[in-house]
Design a protein around this ligand. Sequence first.
Ligand code: AGP
Length: 612
Amino acid sequence: MCGIVGYIGNRRVVPIVLEGLKRLEYRGYDSAGIVYLEDGKLRKHRCQGKLANLEELMDSVLTESRIGLGHTRWATHGAPSEANAHPHSDCSGDLVLVHNGIIENYQTLRKRLIASGHTFTSETDTEVMAHLIEEYLDGDLVAAVRRAVQDVEGSYALGVMWSGQPDRLVAVRNQSPLVLGVKNSSGCFMASDIPALLPYTRNVIFLDDNELAILKADSWQVLSIGDGRQIDKKVQRIEWNAGMAEKAGFRHFMLKEIFEQPQAILNTFRGRIEPESGIVQLPEIELSLEELQGISRISLVACGTSWHAALVAKYWLEKWVGIPVEVDIASEFRYRRLLLGPDVMVVPISQSGETADTLAGLRLAKQLGAKVVSICNVVGSTITRESHGTIYTHAGPEIGVASTKAFTSQLTALFLLTLYLGQVRQTISADKSRELGHALIALPEVVEKQLPLLQEAMSVIADEFSRSRDFLYLGRGANFPIALEGALKLKEISYIHAEGYAAGELKHGPIALIDRDMPVLALAPKNDVYAKLISNVEEVKARQGRMILVGSESDESLHDISDYVITLPDIHEELCPILYTIPLQLLSYQIANLRGCDVDQPRNLAKSVTVE
Ligand code: AGP
């Protein structure tokens, strides 16, 4: 939702904070601000709009300050404005903080604080926290913060500074991500996500919920907020280099990440599948053999693109493992009556590992005794630390708001899970393991070869249809969720209204939409529902619809029934959902570019939705 950066050490703080915010801008970008301590006073600068506005403002500010905080915002309470931008201050202006999350009882607290004489200058929930700490401040910032958060309900990652104790920053974490960067020689850092730390250190500490960190120029300490006892935290080393979080010469993060998919798919299965036999090992699943064999049902829970991955996995798991699979949108899952127990494996799927609804679903599933195995792309994120094991997708940092490599990596991980469970429960034969395993191992090279060809082929389609107002995507079977994914990609970065539909549903309503202005894209790999899909395509053509068909390079008939044809190599049917996603990603990217949209930071969106 928002990006937080803090630093204290022997280097000038402003460049460090601004660079860090730039690397976190994907988390929210409607306003930004910075605060630093100079001559005993806190100096605050804030701007509405993108981070570039703050950078421009700071160009004329020269300071040698070595301690400060910064924030890039995605508004939840209070419209994007300078007054609502973080950092926020108490009445005195001697205490400031930045916040990511939502203070759910902020109205009650605000009334109480106003009644006791506090004056507010913003509409935000965050400002309440500054005045609440001020209320309890009596010479000790840590004690005041620990006391203040006891009055708060909701989620928060906080960075706090007080000119009364200029030798420290305080970091607090509850249900919103916060990671520390430690490097003895040049100080301590805090940030909402790893990319902000990478130019300075790869030694990180993930704060857990209800933990507070005290950062000083040459030391750090983590306490439990509840009883104040010191907690020994493990320093983890991040192998991502700073370059991985850069664009590596591509125009946008999204395009870079589309082209990183062969490596992301490879990195996700590398070391988990035996090349010859196709036998899969997933030791990260902390469940015994009998627990795995005792699973009677699987429940997949996710949001957005991750939910589409779950929909594909249902086809794989039910076909190859032979147990019922439920798929839920997390925001629905958490509010319906759940029939879960120790015989159910719940699989939260999340790129960020911080999506509030998915995390809430995870916690409910655990309360009901289910076994939780998550699929996630961010090491140490909240979802991973609350699961009974995590199958990490090794896609590397995904910065573009529109998920691409994380999605195909999620599908790879779910395919591995299918093979693993099928092998453990002996529903997949040795021959079939070999066949499916070899198909997966061959996939990265196929994707690698297709990417430049598809980039060219999709630019022709994009030129033709970038001015369309509506789009319909059709698919059947395990490719129906890919139609949903293609539609989501297009709508979220080009702002064209796009819908994905099960092709068999066309006659039940959507066919009324078909005319020359409504382009229809259908996924038509050779499989057992191919003939049915083609008859749906004929229905579109009979109504002057303009067809785009994505199908097999060996299928000569496609050109007879479609205005535009995109062909892909014949690969194993089971893996078509992964390969057929690629052209749809490139189509949405190219149309968004032609429309002059902000591909990496689409309007109204944020990379990680850490609030409900
Ligand atoms: C995907 O392109 C979207 N940005 C969005 O739907 C995303 O998939 C969803 O918010 C879930 O995020 P997560 O995978 O980090 O949980």
